[in-house]
Design a protein around this ligand. Structure first.
Ligand code: FO1
Length: 326
């Protein structure tokens, strides 16, 4: 029997959950299957925000306030880039200063871009980057092919790549659609497939169900293979008391016709996961969650202290039937 845990991951919430898992489960026996729908190319550089957020968090190198990028970062390259903005011709996308790339963070993108240009797969490059940061956990991209989350903006009547919604517009504008460009033709990486099929349990991390977990589910066959082992799939709700732990998940759920509550999350996950972990503030909604066909585990899920995070990870694995020593 294999004894790995597969974790379907977005960015910050997933990173914190994986960090918590570290105290409960051997690091070298968890595999994070990471969303790459947020990935973008800027300055010709291949940028994978969710992979990097998780890598930096697990390495203890994340900027704790921002939740993305490296701690003790400097911004000299970005400052120098601003020099070119006034001379940029109309219509040119050169010198995009709206997406902040720190000086040290740039090294990660330089390395990833150079290795991809040499013909390495994103899976291979990710293994190299995580090794360089000393990680013992395995992180694998959901796909080696490019899949781009596209967001339809209700007021502007345009569809933009995810980062132009999330960072450029500070996720402050209403959305009326999402689409995962090229997902239908992309394939789940072999390592991701193994993590989702062969692991003892699969955890859906507390990430945005629509734009972080959604791209993974949009890959052909993923929902089917999770549904086939539904009893050992546990999701952690990223919505607590009707609000997102971080980012625009609550507004997005509402704008796209879902309930911004644990019940809305349960309706999305019921076909692929048997259990939903919810916070005590939502305990009064347990019966409504169960009405979707999911079991409920109630435990504090805002990872504000290491102790709460540890207990959340422990209860989540226990809900999937994983035998733990403590
Ligand atoms: N988020 C921001 O809000 N502003 C930024 O300028 C920004 C830059 C950035 C650079 C590298 C990286 O790995 C992540 C970055 N993020 C930034 C975070 C990122 O856009 C989001 O956290 C995720 O895509 C959503 O999960």
């Amino acid at each position: 029997m294999t004894t790995t845990i597969g974790v379907v991951c977005g960015g910050v919430g997933a990173a914190r959950f994986l960090r918590a898992l570290d105290g409960v489960w051997p690091a070298d026996r968890s595999v994070g299957v990471v969303n790459t729908g947020d990935d973008t190319v800027l300055h010709g550089l291949a940028i994978s925000p969710d992979l990097d957020t998780i890598t930096y968090t697990l390495a203890g190198a994340i900027d704790p306030e921002r939740g993305w990028g490296l701690r003790d970062e400097t911004w000299r390259a970005m400052e120098a880039l601003a020099r070119f903005v006034p001379v940029r011709p109309e219509g040119s996308a050169a010198a995009p200063t709206w997406f902040n790339l720190g000086d040290q963070d740039l090294a990660t993108h330089f390395y990833r871009t150079a290795r991809l240009a040499e013909g390495a797969t994103l899976t291979e490059v990710t293994a190299e980057i995580t090794a360089a940061f000393g990680l013992r956990q395995r992180l694998v991209p959901m796909s080696d092919q490019r899949v781009t989350t596209m967001v339809s903006l209700a007021d502007e009547h345009v569809e933009v790549p995810f980062q132009e919604y999330f960072v450029q517009r500070r996720h402050g504008v209403p959305v009326d659609g999402i689409r995962f460009d090229a997902a239908a033709d992309a394939v789940l990486t072999e390592a991701a497939r193994a993590a989702l099929v062969e692991s003892e349990a699969v955890v859906i991390a507390p990430s945005n169900p629509l734009v972080s977990i959604g791209p993974v589910r949009a890959l052909p066959g993923v929902d089917d293979l999770l549904a086939a082992r539904r009893d050992t799939v546990v999701a952690v709700s990223p919505i607590v008391g009707g609000a997102a732990l971080k980012g625009p998940a609550d507004r997005m759920l509402m704008e796209l016709g879902h309930d911004a509550s644990v019940v809305g999350v349960a309706r999305l996950y019921a076909p692929i996961a048997a259990t939903l972990v919810i916070d005590p503030v939502d305990a009064h909604l347990a019966a409504a969650v169960e009405a979707t066909g999911m079991r409920v585990v109630v435990t504090p899920s805002i990872m504000s202290t290491p102790e709460v995070a540890h207990e959340l990870a422990r209860r989540t694995l226990a809900a999937a039937g994983v035998a733990l020593s403590d």
